[in-house]
Write a protein that binds this ligand. Structure first.
Ligand code: NAD
Length: 330
């Protein structure tokens, strides 16, 4: 199907990283009725195109969810109380309370006119037994079961995936589910405790440049592996899934596997600096290795994320550097 650009599309978590980019992309591509909802005050939203109907409200409340979905044809649910490993390992209850948001939105969608409902799940749903080595076998969609996801955050995501499945099967809500793998890019969280590895490493390297520091702290031993997905690929995957016919969860993730040390190498190269590395072995570090198997999304859509990490990090580093420089000079 194609989205009707005159019908209202709701983006929740609109003040966040992916939500901001998605709203900007929808406006760029001619959508005339975009509604964004986030619990954050509007002045804290990363991006807020002037054409967007922006609402500050708490979607963990059913009345707010009903209002948000009222008159809406498409829902993209990106709202979550989340962050990088430092946040999710220490705030499991808060992460799990996000279940209220998706539940309320599904209820509202069930009783409304919603034609498509997109849910942003995560690679954190995958069973930990598949992620114990650095040279991992990439995760395919079926590896989520038997279930043993990331405690707290991952359980909430897996439960909400099931909720989407059953609202589709039992109530006819046309749900679509992406499992995002480490999305990164400019205009997102880069400091404050919720930032993820790419933004954190960019910030630390930029900080070293700007303050003449010679060393960098890395969480874990630096050998743990991940793949990182650039925001443009995330948006493309999101829109493909939203408009496509495939109803089961699909990975939206880069298959370019790197260690955290290699991630730091790349950012140091971009920043033209070489830093002495200190490893904090007690810091939160998540699973040992994780990569995205893209066989299924390639089969279904003939597409998979393709932005090279180096290229995406170049843009991300410049943005983080500018933010930090502005902050330091203020
Ligand atoms: P983000 O934290 O930047 O954005 C989430 C937004 O949800 C925030 O602005 C937050 O204020 C809002 N929110 C939280 N509670 C709310 C509530 N009760 N009512 C309304 N809004 C509320 O995160 P993001 O990186 O943009 O992620 C978007 C979605 O994608 C999330 O569901 C996240 O779990 C999922 N995801 C992201 C990644 C990633 O690497 N960024 C990876 C896997 C999954």
């Amino acid at each position: 199907m194609q989205l009707d650009k005159e019908s209202t599309i709701l983006v929740t978590g609109a003040g966040g990283f992916i939500g901001g980019h998605l709203m900007a992309e929808l406006i760029r591509s001619g959508h005339q009725s975009v509604r964004g909802v986030d619990i954050k005050p509007l002045e804290e939203w990363y991006q807020l195109p002037s054409q967007v109907e922006a609402i500050q409200s708490d979607l963990s409340l059913i009345d707010a969810a009903n209002q948000a979905v009222s008159g809406v044809r498409y829902v993209v649910n990106l709202a979550a109380d989340m962050g990088g490993m430092g946040f999710i390992e220490n705030n499991k209850a808060l992460c799990m309370l996000t279940v209220l948001i998706n539940t309320n939105l599904l209820q509202a969608a069930r009783h409304g006119e919603v034609e498509r409902y997109f849910y942003s799940s995560s690679a954190c749903v995958y069973a930990s037994e598949h992620q114990t080595k650095t040279d991992v076998t990439a995760l395919k969609e079926s590896d989520a079961y038997p279930a043993m996801p990331e405690d707290g955050y991952g359980w909430e995501k897996l439960f909400s995936e099931r909720m989407c499945r059953h609202f589709r099967e039992d109530f006819g809500v046309a749900t679509r589910i992406a499992r995002y793998h480490n999305i990164y890019g400019p205009e997102g969280t880069w400091q404050g405790g919720r930032e993820k590895a790419p933004a954190a490493i960019c910030r630390k390297v930029a900080e070293a440049k700007l303050t003449d520091r010679k060393d960098i702290e890395i969480w874990g031993d630096g050998l743990q592996t991940r793949s990182f997905t650039y925001i443009d690929d995330c948006l493309k995957g999101t829109l493909l899934l939203l408009t496509g016919d495939y109803v089961e969860p699909l990975n939206v993730g880069s298959a370019e596997l790197v260690s955290i040390n290699q991630l730091v190498d790349i950012v140091e190269e971009i920043g033209a600096v070489s830093l002495e590395r200190h490893y904090d072995l007690d810091a939160p570090k998540g699973v040992r290795g994780r990569n995205s198997d893209n066989t299924l999304i390639q089969e279904v859509f003939g597409w998979q994320p393709s932005t090279h990490l180096r290229d995406g990090l170049e843009v991300t580093y410049r943005w983080v550097y500018d933010q930090l420089a502005a902050q330091l000079s203020a």
